[in-house]
Design a protein around this ligand. Sequence first.
Ligand SMILES: [Zn+2]
Length: 450
Amino acid sequence: MSWTRRRCLRAGLGLGLGAVAGCILPDRPGPDVRHPVFPLGPMPPARGSQGILRVGAAAVDITPPEGSPVWLAGYGFERPMMRVHDRISARALYLDDGVRRVALVVADVVGLSLAAAARVRQLVGPEVAVVVASTHNHQGPDTLGYWGPAILHAVPAETGIRPGYQRGLERRLAQAVARAAWSARPARLAAVEARVPPGRVKNLRDPDDVPETMLVLQARSLSGAPIATLVNAACHPETLGDRARLLSADFPGPLRDALEAGGGGVGVFVNGALGGMLTAAVPDEADVQERLTFARAMGEALAGAALGAVSGAPTLPGPTPVALVTAPVELAGGSDLYAFLERTGLVEAPARGPGGGLMTEVGRLSVGPVAFGVMPGEPTPRVGRQVQAVLREAGFAFTGVVGLGDDELGYLLDPAQFDDPAFGYEVSVSPGRGAAPALTAALSEIHSKR
Ligand SMILES: [Zn+2]
């Protein structure tokens, strides 16, 4: 997340909220978003046989209707959607080894809480274990609640979540999983570390720490035709900037389009360790049109590099067992900002553990020699490397990070970064100094317990 008005926000935290609410709040967006009924079909029965990998993939549109009252998420408060520039979607990848059925669904939104992920899992049902992630799109609807109406544009006063949209979104994510499962067929996988094209991503905090590689995973039918291509790269989808009032998928949209146009099957983009602060290398002075052009070129360049690298990669030798293992983690501490937003009811109250800390979850999604650490927020690149080291230690040859996986708790920093003034903003929007170590330790225990 990025708040360009964060100083206003933090200054505003000291204001009495109730005294001035109601008289200076904007009246747009107005009524709730109305979606057409979206039927949720049944999950297919288990059809796999042990030792045979089956893979399916699907895309489901999650664009709010043009003209509907939606607050855009990710920068300052009360940014209304003025029009739809390009459509947003959710992408699901389904993996079934005949014993276990696992899915990853990724939505073009700013983030989804653990509670929202739990509702999606409930809609899917117990047969399929699901990771619910977000691309961290800064041109999509508010799905966390932070970006709604604010007093003097500074003190948040109402949730930015439109309940009608949110309910429809959660059903669509479950539907994406079901569609991916129905489409599953025998498959083989190819995995490769591809080079991130230079000049597309920059690190605002540590300019020398820009990831040079991205993990690319491709599922192919037994005849060799790609079913899906997944790109796991790290960058904030905030290319369009805070002045844009457009609904857009940002660079992940053209990235997936280019994967599909290039014959990669269903395109899936999974954001990685993007925190503190990987963002598009678009010039600061660029206007919205130039930013749209940059986002398109960036998406196409990443897709081109991914397809170029994976197309020559051999399929992985079997067997390719599938697993999703999750572990609950209680996080002590957190920022004053979180406590404030929680007290106001702007965001859905998270579960609390026996020690009073935030309850969240860490996970490991694996298929054969490929594993992803599922992190409930925005790990910095340094924390991302720690996650990958844990996975390599557990024996996985290809490792990735699912950022904003099953929760969005803000920035996940290495403890040393808490003492670095360059990370002042990230520290203010973080679940605490001990969060990343607790999560990586829990991820490590997943291996040692098995
Ligand atoms: Zn962010």
